[in-house]
Design a protein around this ligand. Structure first.
Ligand SMILES: [Fe+2]
Length: 264
């Protein structure tokens, strides 16, 4: 009898391993805080100086404008509390009334220091009118605004402008030292700042009367030194102020040209 051939066993198809399902990352709702530029106004009571902390909500990169040496720890603490990383320190000019924290902040955080090419030789990145800087998704436009000093800069970020001592609320910086020039200051005020949209918010470098911010439109209408004044009238007002020298002039200017090193 013939032997029936054994039917070969069909090999078992290996089971394809199931690809694990990647868990869906829950979408965090976008909050107003994430969409709005971070902006904090900080104050030094001794010199009435405003320092500004600017942050990009998306990348958490931050800049300090005109930091004061005595408030370095306060400013670093706030930067930490807000979860920010300091990448830029911006100077509006070489100050005569306070010593900058720029150099020490650069040493402590690795931030780049930025100021006018005509100002402190120790800065990391000299800039001039028309330059732009990036802070994460924020674009910082450099405006040359000399006159209070010859190295004066303002920084425009969207609808905000940080005017240093060029434009103050209902006033302006003096123009009688550090190569100040009242006629150049008039051009900076009228020709550079007052051509910005009226709704632009003005953040000054100082205030001595308890004011905090203004707008370009408001200053065009109500700034007593420049609203409705001719260049000649403005220069006459500035030349007739008769102000005493700033208290820290002899210490602050050389220290600030060295980015805040007071031992020089
Ligand atoms: Fe100043």
């Amino acid at each position: 009898m013939p032997v029936t051939p054994v039917t070969p066993v069909t090999p078992v198809t290996p089971v394809t391993p199931v690809t694990p399902v990647t868990p869906v990352t829950p979408v965090t709702p976008v909050t107003r805080e994430e969409l709005t530029m971070i902006l904090r106004q900080l104050f030094d009571t001794e010199s009435s100086t405003y320092t500004y902390l600017i942050g990009d909500p998306a990348t958490r990169r931050a800049a300090l404008i005109d930091p004061v040496k005595e408030h370095l720890e306060r400013d670093l603490r706030l930067i930490g509390e807000l979860g920010l990383t300091l990448t830029l320190v911006l100077e509006t000019h070489v100050h005569a009334d306070h010593v900058t924290a720029a150099g020490e902040l650069r040493e402590r955080t690795g931030a780049r220091t930025v100021g006018s090419a005509k100002g402190a030789p120790c800065i990391s990145d000299p800039v001039a009118d028309g330059d732009t800087l990036e802070l994460g998704a924020l674009r910082i436009e450099v405006l040359g605004t000399p006159g209070h000093t010859d190295d004066g800069l303002s920084y425009r970020i969207g609808d905000n402008v940080f005017t240093g001592d060029t434009l103050l609320i209902r006033g302006c910086g003096r123009a009688d030292f550090q190569n100040g020039d009242a006629s150049a200051l008039y051009d900076s005020l009228v020709g550079t700042l007052f051509v910005l949209p009226d709704h632009t918010v003005v953040w000054p470098g100082h205030d001595y009367k308890g004011m905090t911010s203004s707008t370009i439109g408001e200053e065009k209408r109500h700034n007593p030194r420049v609203a409705g004044r001719t260049r000649a009238e403005f220069v006459a007002i500035m030349n007739g102020l008769g102000l005493p020298p700033p208290r820290k002039l002899d210490v602050a200017v050389p220290a600030n040209r060295a980015c805040g090193r007071v031992e020089l």
